[in-house]
Design a protein around this ligand. Sequence first.
Ligand code: 3HC
Length: 335
Amino acid sequence: MVQNLQAVSDSQSEQVRESAASGQAYFDRIMAEDSRIEPRDWMPEAYRRTLVRQISQHAHSEIIGMQPEANWITRAPSLKRKAILMAKVQDEAGHGLYLYSAAETLGTPRQKMTEDLIAGNARYSSIFNYPAVSWADMGAIGWLVDGAAICNQVPLCRASYGPYGRAMVRVCKEESFHQRQGFEILLELANGTPEQKQMAQDAVNRWYAPSLMMFGPPDDDSPNSKQSMAWNIKRFSNDELRSRFVGMMVEQVEVLGLTLPDSEIRFNEETKMWEHGPLDWNEFREVLAGRGPCNAQRMERRREAHENGAWVREAAAEYARKTAAWSAEAAGVAS
Ligand code: 3HC
């Protein structure tokens, strides 16, 4: 009996090894062809973990990112601005949902991802730990933060994991609208009174460096980039995307009639890269460690919102239970 069980177990392990070997061969071919992995395909555990890490961090960023702008909905200067801002904040909630759904296809439930965030065990983008102190900040966030998001996320539309790449297509379309609305707020302020123009310049001055840091640490300090690029998740390094973003902003800031707070921006003809002045990576590390200007407030609000939403989750679960019971009953009557 024991021998039989051992034989069954050996044969099962052999099957697992064989399917892993053929799965790895399939995965390698998909990577070489620059094609897509889908949820049911075999994938290395490290690839799965990397995707869950990146996609869940991205989803948390979208959800926490609603806070700085939601604070301004009641103070928007006109009905039109209020409607636009509300639509934008709702879009961010939608982005969070697509991304949580994409991450769930990898086997991690949304509840677990949310619990990790609430417990302070998950990251979200550094940028959302800075305060939005004036209406012009809505412009700077739209133009710079959503601009950086587009620059980072358009290449993610080609990410090797199907559900992530497909979610990013829609996210990027909406981010383009967000960037345009931010640009337009700044343009109107820049062409307004001297005080309004100053307000716009001040907002750009404060959001410029944190936006550049959104792209992540310099390449030499980025432990995940190399492998993520080999797996066709990331298509460009953090520094490449940051440089590309600086090049975009240099042109657009002229149209705004404002300036970027960086006298060291230049195009390097040899490397064909835009260069910028030094960034305070110590500040970045502090923000990531939870000691940024608004980390505590953002997390407190997120926890509060989660607790206040408990009744909605309970009601949804109860509705699902009742619907399943009704369906089962109806099926019983029919048979
Ligand atoms: N904020 C917080 N953490 C950051 C960060 C940032 N700006 N940049 C890097 N990190 C973290 C990484 O998560 C990693 O930590 P971990 O290993 O514990 O997960 C560590 O710093 C080292 O960085 P790496 O460069 O090695 O990490 P990645 O290869 O994952 O690259 C990334 C970082 C470029 C942010 C990449 O994960 C990515 O492209 N993510 C998808 C996009 C995203 O999440 N954007 C967040 C903003 S969402 C947004 O902009 C909403 C819009 O509405 C404005």
